[in-house]
Design a protein around this ligand. Structure first.
Ligand SMILES: Cc1cc2nc3c(=O)[nH]c(=O)nc-3n(C[C@H](O)[C@H](O)[C@H](O)COP(=O)(O)OP(=O)(O)OC[C@H]3O[C@@H](n4cnc5c(N)ncnc54)[C@H](O)[C@@H]3O)c2cc1C
Length: 388
């Protein structure tokens, strides 16, 4: 391709998904490195609303990419699960780290440019149309053509919108506040605990709230949020903001001083549309976890699958991507997300409150080994045999 505005592959979005896709592609198809362009609407380090929790699964994905992302982080050694007055705690050293997305994503972006991949910052995709042999893209700076477009542009994906995919379920709402804390007075900080509180399901919220101790610009904070998956949209819906604020008030958070922020997450539905000829969707643009809204690790895992699909497309000279959905479903990513979706649908619909309370009570008295095994079944912790 001699035309300077024509690329073999254009990745839209330089979050964990787009960056991981680029790095996997550079490994699989090194001869194409110069023919890949990443378009990013913002410029790293850019803000991204998030809980900042990187699970062991996320660390695994970084390891696969050969990346060591050493950014300031708060280490979590205990996971606490709560429903009403019932708590159980699963201790596990380095179960998670809580990072600042701004710094974490920027560090991955640095690794991407270090291998010679091209990122155009402050360049936003505005429109995309099919043309013979690929797609035509219009940004705030110019026009491009690409044989393949990867939509890694998040939950409000423009690539997805331009594919005119309609009538598909799957958008969760999340609210978050950051509150400064005094470490000596904060139990969660002292015990290095991440709290997952599912009590809001009793108020019509199909999700949970989190309390993650963290560092913001080196200062101690609590990252608090509430997730409403809406995996069963037919259920009566609680008022997310009201329930979240009531919970914050219970935690003695001064509501006058919090800055409330919200952002959606699209969750994975195995029957959703993930591709069209010459276009693949990945990460939040395609769908991530409906149980915890975990998307950093899944986004990076999508990157590996997308790179395999693209390698195969060039090998067969077939860019229809007809088996991408089947590949996603068969992959560990799809199997784990389907498992989480199953639990999410049953727990969040809250059809049988007494049954849920009974199972929860059993979990609180179960031996640690069983609690841990459940954590690893959900992909939150490594398999029990490698633990401790
Ligand atoms: C409140 C909240 C808390 C969360 N907490 C966690 C957590 O603790 N752990 C976890 O694993 N996940 C969490 N998630 C989910 C996680 O943030 C996402 O799943 C993850 O960021 C998805 O990565 P991505 O690369 O697909 O999308 P994004 O991270 O959203 O990246 C998309 C990129 O595309 C760019 N972009 C967007 N539109 C365009 C355009 N038109 N042109 C060019 N570029 C564009 C954006 O600027 C952005 O850089 C949370 C989400 C929310 C909302």
């Amino acid at each position: 391709m001699n035309d300077p505005d024509a690329y073999k592959i254009i990745i839209v979005g330089a979050g964990p998904t787009g960056l991981s896709t680029a790095l996997h592609l550079a490994r699989r198809l090194p001869s194409l490195t110069k023919e890949i362009l990443i378009l990013e609407a913002a410029e790293h380090p850019r803000p991204k609303l998030c809980g900042g929790g990187v699970t062991f699964h996320g660390e695994e994905q970084l390891h696969r990419l050969g990346l060591q992302i050493d950014v300031p982080a708060f280490t979590i050694n205990r996971l606490l699960f709560r429903l009403g007055g019932l708590d159980f705690t699963v201790p596990f050293p380095h179960a998670m780290r809580i990072i600042e997305r701004r710094l974490f994503d920027a560090a991955i972006a640095e690794a991407v440019t270090a291998v010679g991949l091209k990122v155009h910052s402050n360049e936003k995709l505005l429109d995309m149309q099919p043309v013979p042999g690929g797609m035509q893209l219009q940004t705030n700076r110019g026009h491009y053509r690409a044989q393949i477009v990867v939509g890694a542009d998040g939950a409000n994906s423009m690539v997805r919108r331009r594919l005119h995919i309609t009538g598909q379920p799957g958008v969760a709402r999340l609210l978050r506040v950051l509150t400064p804390i005094v470490p000596e007075e904060n139990e969660g900080w002292q015990a290095q605990t991440a709290v997952f509180d599912f009590s809001c399901i009793q108020h019509g919220i199909q999700g949970y709230s989190w309390d993650f101790p963290c560092l913001i610009e080196g200062k101690p904070f609590m990252n608090r949020g509430m997730f409403d998956s809406r995996v069963t949209p037919e259920q009566p819906r609680g008022n997310l903001k009201q329930v979240f604020f009531a919970q914050l008030a219970n935690q003695h958070v001064n509501l006058e001083h919090v800055q409330l922020e919200g952002h959606p997450v699209r969750w994975f539905h195995p029957q959703a549309t993930f591709a069209r000829p010459h276009v693949l969707l990945a990460g939040d643009a395609a769908g991530v976890d409906p149980l915890f809204a975990e998307g950093i690790s899944y986004g990076m895992e999508y990157g590996a699958i997308v790179a395999r699909q693209i390698e195969d497309a060039f090998a067969r000279n077939d860019f229809r991507f007809q088996n991408y959905k089947a590949m996603l479903q068969k992959d560990r990513l799809g199997r784990l997300l389907k498992r989480r979706a199953f639990i999410a649908r049953h727990l969040f619909s809250y059809h049988w409150p007494q049954m849920v309370a009974f199972i929860w009570r059993l979990a609180t008295v179960a031996p640690l080994k069983i609690q841990h095994a459940f954590g690893s079944f959900l992909g939150l912790l490594p398999p029990y045999r490698t633990a401790v």
